[in-house]
Ligand binder design. Sequence first.
Ligand SMILES: [Zn+2]
Length: 265
Amino acid sequence: MFRGEMVAFGEALVRPQETKQQCRPTTRLSSYLVVALLLTALTLPAFRHAPAALGIVERGPASEPRVALTFDDGPDPRFTPEILNILEREGVPATFFVVGEAMAAYPDVVKRAADGGFEIANHTYTHTLAGALTPKEIRQEITRTSDLIRQMTGQEPRYLRPPRGELTGHFILEARRQGLRIPLWTICVERAEVKTPEALARRIVEETENGHIILLHDGRLDRRLTVQALPLIISGLKERGFAFVTLDELLHGYAGVVTLDEPVL
Ligand SMILES: [Zn+2]
């Protein structure tokens, strides 16, 4: 019955969209269900809980006005220090999904983040899309980065986010094997068609809801707009009464439910 899916197990379950849509959440339920069916053999009582059972989560609990800022693709000496300055000035915690090879290149930057109390999480070693990797390579990408996080920061990594949100069955299995949850995101800040920090911030401030995981980027590409928008996002969300927490604070003790609703793009 599921032979087609079995054949495609090592292939990308979610393909990235075109470049300008790189922030688009890839939390397609159909993809989750394929994996869920394979891994659980229909043992779960309700499919809508299957992604969460696999460690995949796209938001925190909606019961409290708390949100988590998450930064992908650093450390990057061009942008990460400035972002840390803003977060420290505003007293805002955050979670950094770091790329292993960037940690190796810029150890001082990631150490400063860790010393400042920021949470460090795994974003693979080379930022290669999961669908382009063998199972062995996926294991190495995740292991090397977690090892570096332990060595450089003393933190025990708990969270793993796949590059571009691309998930494969092997990626999910390896995350489970290493005890890592997979937080995707609820809403993404950067959009190629938005050219001003005010416009970037306005949409986030207006559309953020309780428990949202907010995705921003501090590396790889030119992130000046993100840096400029960050103070506006923080002040706007504070005005709306939101408190900022790390991802671990948001998700700790929360199994997570992936809704059937369309995510906020
Ligand atoms: Zn990334």
